[in-house]
Design a protein around this ligand. Sequence first.
Ligand code: PLP
Length: 394
Amino acid sequence: MTNQLRVPTTVAGIDPATACAEIDLAAFRANVAALQAQAGVPAMVVVKADGYGHGLLECAREARIAGAKWIGVATPAEALMLREAGDAGPVLAWLYGVEEDLAPLVAADVDVAAHSVEHIGRLAAAAGTSERRARVHLKIDTGLSRNGAPSYDWQQVCAAAAEAEHTGAIEVVAVWSHLAAADEPGHPSVPLQLAAFQRGYEQARAAGLEPTLRHLANSAGSLVVPEARLDLVRVGIAAYGVDPAPGIAALAGVGLRPVMRLRSQLVNVKQIPAGASVSYGWTWTADVATTVGLVPLGYGDGIPRHASNKAWVGWSGRRVPVRGRICMDQFVIELGAGAVAEPGEEVTLFGPGDAGEPTAAEWAAWCDTIGYEIVTRIGARVPRRYLHASAEHI
Ligand SMILES: Cc1ncc(COP(=O)(O)O)c(C=O)c1O
């Protein structure tokens, strides 16, 4: 086991001693293993958006070591980054713009999502340029109304894919879709999407396609919708130890451990008298004389300004509140009347919760958002320290 530090290179970053996101890769591996064991089918671990803020390459590597057969990303650049780093396993990229050249993906043996006749044409052309068959996952929109072919286009898309397959330009590896509300048990969208998916799959077969994979489930689907697991589950947030929604992992009987701990330190401590107000806009005023501390992280680092006057942090074995508005680079916490503290003392914004610190899920509740957003938006200035990296080579 080794520990490594990733310091920001594309932006001027914060010193790791001042603030750091610790990424517990042993917890990440354990989450991936637990999710796969529960699903009973192979997992595609999703590492888009810099591994939901945890590190794309580091998490992809550990996911493979934990037994993930597939890695999922959104953008072509994310997929190519994996290949450049030496990842040679199955990777799916599912979101690209109208101008993007898909040939580098096909040349790098990356599987690519397609949902239109135009996509099929571009992938067939990319196959010609790279002299390699494009591996395609055909996406049908089963009710999310986001990406994927609408049902009125699906037959035409399947026909175009079958034709391109006959010419040898593409191979349709999978039919897939995405769930809208698997994190709300009993939501009526789930059976409707399952039925639409089955219809779409049968239409693809009737068009002469023989995809070996069907995939539909995200983390919540994998955890609590057994019928959605099909041949492969695409798990993102749960691998990072964050519940897709409160209670979902518990409902599934799966223990997840949060992977990210965001820690910083007090860089200033001062006494303020009763009546003193704190931070921009004077939105909080002390009713008694108290001690406040300054934490050098702000919305420039992804700490939500919505958490102003709402969130708590861990300090000295207890929770203390955020006072006043969160600024771009810093915010103030109230240590309490008579509290004694020194600059340099550790402050934990969120973590697994073992030492009483808040979790990302609690920050999400305070900010009226989801745990995904709390971890993913931790910014580029914040160094990541990787704990328990596997020494294994893949
Ligand atoms: C197409 C697709 N599949 C799977 C996932 C993983 O979802 P989750 O993080 O909820 O597991 C995402 C994430 O948004 C996605 O866009």
